[in-house]
Ligand binder design. Structure first.
Ligand SMILES: Cc1cc2nc3c(=O)[nH]c(=O)nc-3n(C[C@H](O)[C@H](O)[C@H](O)COP(=O)(O)OP(=O)(O)OC[C@H]3O[C@@H](n4cnc5c(N)ncnc54)[C@H](O)[C@@H]3O)c2cc1C
Length: 559
């Protein structure tokens, strides 16, 4: 099976990938998915809190859209945000009809919970394992559809024809070590987030941003990469997420003195201000000595055992296991940790990137609905709304294009390159460099940033890049060579780390999740703009682009 041909090839089988594949098939395309892990192991599986939609009669899509615009600190593109909010109710109903057993209220209707930055309770959920519930239902649909999935294939290159249009991918079959070529009339990247560029992160170890790097290397711009979300409540021991649903259900954040410190920065919304605001407030408490062993405390005891066990069973277990705290009887120590990448591959509202034949959706894409700060529960929504749109657009593109011509050489070249990588006599270990990169990013490019720290990060990444070019691959074999996969992932992550830093250096203001201590104010006159990183000799070249504003003019953001 060294070469296969499909109309539409989707890379990634998380929520965005599966939704895109189903949509492309519904438009008549022959579709296949290439994925480096089994579909149900995708990070979407870890989503806890829920998915947003203005479904209640007293709510409106305009209110959802406005909250999202405000949450984005006015950096989100309002045309895309309107699509997200308008199409959300139908997307939830569709998931429910497919079989997602959303939690119900006392009247038997779909139950909603409060989430940060939202003016209505519009987050629909399945306990605190919403992502798993949706992912498994979409997987059932995928199996029913007969769409071919190439599991445990690691995509290493995008193919392009003579005119520069994307014509497929090259991928390593992890199980056998063979390299395959997949020809396609259109490719959709749905490869998820870049969480592991930072250490620690709430993201699974597989979230290494491969698709962002593949697109970047093929000439697509990465947009707003400096916009990295630090979630206010993660565990110190391993970075695991304690979902916002704990605060949505009524949990409090307190400092060492027992004060609900959010009263200082968000007197109205308190713990349910948007995440950038809460993370900054928590980090200030910790930095100024009002924390407890480098953390603040999340207290849900007043909710009572019954509600905690019904609504928050998974995070109770996480806190018990990894922090030794039982939420029913103890407050849980938490701190801000890397959680989500707002930026990514620039796309239009149908998922098309500026590179012909290449589409993107889900966390790897930047359409941009999250701008400077994502509201909790808008990301699962983005995967299904824009996954569907990208699938439809790719199917249309594919139907108007002949099957790309075939040549053996890309596959052979890649096989030679990977062989040489495995065989070389290197120095240093991938894991050590990955850890060094992640810790550098967290310490220099974290919740608070400044020019000097960013310059240090830039220099550290240059040195890491040099050393990464010479790491030894410990496993010289072909079957399941995870050492090879890890080295390729590190190579991708270094590109992305460089883009995050380049964007953060360029953006001399504070907006959303990007807080520059040396430029503490939002600067709409110069920076109501997206940053764009293009691959260039010696590192990213930064450009900017305007933000789409449809009806909400920027104003000061208060919670
Ligand atoms: C712990 C946690 C909790 C969260 N909770 C929520 C929540 O409650 N609500 C919410 O809205 N959002 C939440 N999020 C965010 C949300 O879950 C993600 O943004 C979303 O699920 C991403 O989906 P995706 O389809 O884009 O990518 P993923 O689900 O990450 O899937 C990526 C896919 O790409 C494939 N892939 C990657 N690289 C390659 C390669 N080189 N070759 C082949 N295949 C590749 C992988 O195999 C995988 O199938 C949470 C995130 C985390 C980490």
């Amino acid at each position: 099976m060294a070469v296969t041909t499909h109309d539409v090839l989707v890379v990634g089988a998380g929520l965005a990938g599966m939704r895109a594949a189903l949509a492309a098939q519904a438009r008549g395309s022959d579709v296949a998915i290439v994925t480096k892990v089994y579909p149900v192991r995708s990070h979407s599986n870890a989503a806890q809190g829920g998915i947003n939609a203005a479904l209640n009669p007293e709510d409106s899509w305009e209110s959802h859209a406005y909250d999202t615009v405000k949450g984005s600190d006015y950096l989100g593109d309002q045309d895309a945000i309107e699509v997200l909010a308008r199409e959300a109710p139908a997307a939830i109903v569709e998931l429910e009809r497919m079989g997602v057993v959303f939690s119900r209220d006392e009247h038997g209707r779909l139950g909603s919970r409060n989430f940060g930055g939202a003016s209505h309770a519009r987050t629909y959920f399945v306990g605190d394992f919403t992502g798993q519930a949706i992912l498994h239902v979409l997987y059932e649909q995928l199996v029913r559809s007969g769409i071919r999935t190439y599991n445990e294939f690691f995509c290493t290159q995008l193919l392009r024809d003579g005119g520069g249009t994307v014509s497929g991918v090259v991928a390593l079959d992890i199980r056998t070590g063979e390299v395959h070529q997949f020809l396609a009339r259109a490719v959709i990247l749905c490869t998820g987030g870049i969480g592991r560029v930072f250490e620690p992160s709430t993201n699974a170890l597989i979230c290494t941003g491969d698709g962002d790097a593949l697109a970047y290397r093929a000439g697509a711009p990465l947009m707003d990469m400096e916009m990295v979300q630090f979630h206010p409540t993660t565990l110190q021991s391993n970075g695991a997420l304690i979902s916002e649903s704990a605060r949505g259900e009524g949990g409090h954040l307190v400092n060492r003195l027992g004060e609900r410190f959010m009263a200082k920065s968000a007197p109205n919304a308190m713990e349910l201000a948007s995440r950038d605001v809460v993370s900054r407030a928590a980090q200030i408490e910790i930095n100024e000595g009002r924390g407890v062993d480098g953390c603040v405390l999340l207290d849900v005891r007043h909710l009572g055992a019954a509600r905690i066990l019904e609504r928050l069973p998974q995070i109770r277990e996480l806190a018990l296991e990894f922090a030794g705290a039982d939420m029913i009887t103890d407050p849980v120590p938490v701190l801000p940790g890397m959680h989500y990448q707002m930026g990514g591959i620039r796309t239009d509202i149908r998922g098309a990137t500026p590179v012909p034949g290449l589409f993107a959706a889900g966390e790897c894409a930047c359409v941009s609905v999250h701008g400077g700060n994502r509201l909790g529960a808008n990301s699962l929504l983005e995967t299904v709304v824009f996954g569907r749109r990208a699938g439809e657009a790719a199917a249309e593109f594919a139907s108007g294009r002949p099957v790309p011509g075939f040549s053996e050489s890309p596959r052979e070249d890649e096989e030679r390159r990977l062989r040489a990588l495995v065989q070389r006599d290197g120095t240093g270990r991938t894991a050590a460099l990955r850890l060094e990169m992640g810790r550098t990013m967290t310490s220099r490019v974290g919740v608070f940033r400044d020019g000097a720290g960013l310059a240090e990060a830039e220099a550290a990444l240059r040195s890491l890049r040099e050393r990464a070019g010479a790491v030894a691959i410990g496993d010289k074999g072909r079957l399941f060579n995870q050492a090879l996969v890890a080295a390729l992932e590190l190579d991708y992550m270094l590109d992305l780390a460089q883009c995050v830093v380049a964007g953060a250096i360029a953006r001399t203001e504070s907006r959303g999740a990007h807080t520059r201590l040396d430029h503490p104010k939002r600067d709409d006159a110069h920076w109501l703009r997206h940053t764009l990183c293009y691959a260039a000799e010696g590192g990213p070249r930064v450009d900017t682009a305007p933000v789409a504003i449809t009806r909400w003019e920027p104003k000061e953001r208060r919670y």
